[in-house]
Design a protein around this ligand. Sequence first.
Ligand SMILES: NC(=O)c1ccc[n+]([C@@H]2O[C@H](COP(=O)([O-])OP(=O)(O)OC[C@H]3O[C@@H](n4cnc5c(N)ncnc54)[C@H](OP(=O)(O)O)[C@@H]3O)[C@@H](O)[C@H]2O)c1
Length: 258
Amino acid sequence: MNSIKQKFDLTGKVAIVTGSSKGIGLSIARGLAENGAKLVISSRKQEAVDAIASEFNEAGLEAIGIACHIGDAAQREALVKKTIEKFGRIDILVNNAAINPFYGPLETSDEEVFDKIMNVNVKAPWLLSNLVQPHMKENGSGSIINISSVEGLHPGFRLGLYSMTKSALIMLTKNQAKEWGSYGIRSNVVCPGLIKTKFSQSLWSNDKLVEGYNQMVPLKRMAEPDEMAGVVMLLASDAGSYITGGVYAADGGYLISG
Ligand SMILES: NC(=O)c1ccc[n+]([C@@H]2O[C@H](COP(=O)([O-])OP(=O)(O)OC[C@H]3O[C@@H](n4cnc5c(N)ncnc54)[C@H](OP(=O)(O)O)[C@@H]3O)[C@@H](O)[C@H]2O)c1
């Protein structure tokens, strides 16, 4: 029987992390690579993913960069095809990339924004997972980790459309786990709280908002992106071999506050 340390070891496994040129995705990619996985760094810009892959390679980690706008069908197909061409298998898929183009009351948003955010935050992870599934099925194993948000469980304020997409991602996860469990494929979802990244800059650069958040959450602070990697290591590795269909908050206690 493997020791718990061996169970966290990802040597020989191949991982795709969408939106891994910065922020939470980058921290997750680094964690997976440090634990031994071969990494596909992906975001919309080739230069950005190449720069991160080179950085990883210089640190002795195995990684390549493949640009992919996850909302584009041809680019999703190319991402999976190129990963298989390069590494021959896919063991871990982290659906991390997402957008939030609108902050405001529900009734003032327009349909184009709804379609865009649904396309990137919900439709893309669903379809990308579907492309990866046959490769995991062939191996008889695989781990999908979807990055949702506390917004998917508890409505904040004026983030309604984003919140709806993150809720849908949680239900996608549960259905993936239910339908694909018999193939040895696990699917879980992580719900971060407020994390200091470019994505959330409009929130954490608002002193009043940060003060309110810090007062409310039990841990009394927001998080750095690398604090999201640990939970993903558990879900991605054999250490989490019996975990599927789960919803894991990494939120400093946000969901139990108030
Ligand atoms: N930060 C928070 O407080 C927080 C809280 C809860 C949940 N989350 C979730 O955590 C995830 C990561 O967010 P983050 O805060 O780390 O954001 P971030 O720092 O802005 O990074 C987003 C990453 O996604 C890429 N990206 C954006 N649109 C893309 C697209 N259409 N296709 C492919 N890649 C795309 C970006 O690179 P390019 O721009 O070069 O494409 C970048 O690598 C998201 O799912 C977000 O909803 C964040």
